[in-house]
Structure formats: C-alpha cells, structure tokens
Design a protein around this ligand. Structure first.
Ligand code: NAP
Length: 302
C-alpha cells in the first residue's frame, strides 16, 4: 500500500494515476472527500480516498498504518512545514520504508531564503534528514512548472499577450508537473529505493524556451498574435492577487522566481539517475495545445 499526500494537486494526482496503473493500492490524501478531482481519483483502480487534514496528527497516524512508501507534496501554505513534518513523523512511526518529498528550487531552499516557501522547504528537508531513522528518503527539486502558465490561459491571452516581469529573451527549462509525478511513482515502485536514499535530485523538461518562444507557441496554437509583454514585479504581484487569488505573501514569494529566471537559475537539467528512470518528455508545445483552447476568446469576439 502507498500513501500520496496532496493527491488532488498537479504532481500528486499524477503519482496516484501511475501507481494505480501499476496495480498497487494507493491511499490518496485530500482535505475534502468531495469535488471533481476527488471523483476522478476515486474512479481509478486500487485508489482509496483518505479525507484528512495534514495538521491532524491522529488522522495521519491512522492513515499511514500498513503503508510501505509515501509521496509527499503540499501546496505552498503558511503551515506547509508543519503539515509536511506531520506526514514525515507519521510515516516514520508507521514503519514506512521510503518517502519521496517534492521540494522546491534548490537555489533558494535555505534557512535565510528571501522566498518564504524556500524557508518552509528547508525546514521540512532538515527535519527529514534528522528524523527519518531507518526510512529511506529522496527530495525532488523540479524546474518552473508549465502549470504556472494557467494565468496566461485564463488571464492575459484574451488580451493578446503573456505578461511577466521578464525580458522576451529570458528562458527556463520548464517541466510538466505530470513528468515529476511519473518520476516519483517510478521511484516509489523501485525494488531498491536505497540507491536514491539521501539524494536531492533535479527535474527539468525536455526543452529550454525563451518567453518570446512561449508567446510564439501560443500564437501558432491560437492562430492570432500573442505578444510577450514586460511588466514590473509589483504589477505581476498585484495581478496574481487579483486575477489568480494568490495570498499576498505567496505572490511576493513566487515573484522572486523571476529574479532567478533572469539570472539563469532555471536552466538546470535533470539528474542522470532520473533520466535513466523516467525521462521528462512532455513539451510546452503539447501543454499549450492542451490548455490554450480553454482560454476565453478576445473581448471583441465574445
Ligand atoms: N510551481 C512551480 O513551478 C514549482 C516548481 C517546483 C516545486 N514546486 C513545489 O511544488 C509544490 C506544489 O506542487 P503542486 O503544484 O502539485 O501542488 P498543488 O497542486 O498546488 O497542491 C497540492 C495539494 O495540496 C493541497 N493544498 C493546497 N493548498 C493548501 C493549503 N493552503 N493548505 C493545505 N493543503 C493545501 C491541495 O489538496 P486538497 O485541497 O485536496 O487538500 C492541493 O491539491 C510546492 O511545495 C512548491 O513549492 C513548485
């Protein structure tokens, strides 16, 4: 039996899908037992929905009984460190043999990070390294998620643009979070996870793209011009709060990613062990082909 925390999210849902496909049993954790994403997971063979808040230590202790290995991801939240630490402690107490944790950008995962969730991830990883006992563990550090571009789809594309505090030539090696999920599931299913024990592994997608190339892909897919427009960081933060419903602290923290991109910090490749295991293959062109048609039309066409 496997346990996936954050099972309704971008990465966790794919881990559940892949584990289910391989024929093992999966406990899929979510805070709510209703909703479309839960219903989708519930339909998968071998999947049991576990409705449990990650702050509920007693609920986690019960949910982790009989579990062999754990995938741990949580959306960025003020209580993220405590929630993930609760899962780690419950996994150790239940005698789980392996845990894969979804980290963030390694470059800002530290105690004094200017990025609040970078400090949360540091606290989680410190706790994991110190408290895992006999349980093997691995931390994954993924590149800029393609799903960060949902703001283009539902926000700026109808106005003919993607808008970021970046120059058109700034670039990253974006990754589809489903590729991160595929890798994590393979690691959990590995007969000898000790070869990944204690490692911090990097994951990137197959292509390096500039923001002007991303705009060109939208142009090609939608058949109308989409330009790459540069805004200031405060403008991006304001739009993320108003348009995407980000809390202020999270928008400020997420905006730091643009400095990292400008400095070339999202050009890392995938760790060789993971390229051998399940090389990320999904491209931004494919992601755009999947999502751009769901973007509302320009105002004049409505
Ligand atoms: N975005 C990027 O470019 C990027 C890159 C590398 C790493 N990361 C890291 O990846 C993680 C996010 O992964 P993801 O996109 O798969 O996660 P996600 O989809 O944002 O969230 C995963 C699940 O966590 C639960 N959740 C969300 N917000 C929560 C909150 N405030 N309190 C408690 N639970 C909450 C939700 O489940 P329920 O509602 O069903 O309970 C959600 O489905 C973060 O730790 C982030 O730092 C992100």
């Amino acid at each position: 039996m496997y346990f996936v925390a954050g099972a309704t999210g971008n990465v966790g849902s794919q881990v559940v899908r892949k584990l289910s496909e391989s024929g093992v049993g999966v406990k899929a954790q979510t805070r709510s037992s209703t909703g479309g994403k839960v219903a989708e997971l519930q339909r998968l063979p071998g999947v049991e929905i576990v409705a449990c808040d990650l702050m509920d230590k007693a609920g986690l202790a019960e949910a982790l009984q009989g579990v062999k290995a754990v995938f741990l991801v949580c959306g960025n939240a003020k209580e993220q460190a405590q929630m993930e630490i609760n899962v780690i402690d419950a996994a150790v107490a239940a005698g789980c043999t392996y845990l894969v944790e979804n980290g963030t950008h390694a470059g800002y995962t530290n105690k004094d990070s200017p990025v609040e969730f970078g400090r949360h991830h540091w606290e989680i990883e410190e706790h994991l390294a110190k408290s895992a006992g006999a349980m093997k563990w691995t931390v994954l550090h993924a590149n800029w998620f393609m799903s960060n571009h949902l703001g283009d789809i539902f926000g700026t594309l109808p106005n003919g643009a993607i808008v970021y505090p970046l120059k058109p030539e700034d670039k990253a090696q974006l990754v589809d979070p489903r590729d991160v999920g595929d890798i994590a599931a393979q690691m959990l299913l590995d007969s000898d996870p000790s070869k990944y024990h204690g490692l911090h592994l990097m994951i990137s997608g197959p292509d390096v793209l500039t923001w002007s190339q991303i705009a060109a892909l939208y142009t090609e897919e939608l058949g109308r011009p989409i330009e790459m427009a540069t805004c200031s960081e405060p403008e991006w933060v304001a739009a993320a709060i108003k348009g995407s419903g980000f809390e202020h602290w999270l928008a400020e923290a997420a905006a730091h990613n643009f400095k990292v991109i400008r400095d070339g910090g999202f050009l890392h490749t995938t760790s060789p062990q993971l390229l051998a295991l399940a090389p990320p293959r999904r491209t931004m062109k494919e992601w755009i082909a999947e999502w751009a048609p769901r973007s509302p039309p320009p105002p004049a066409a409505q």
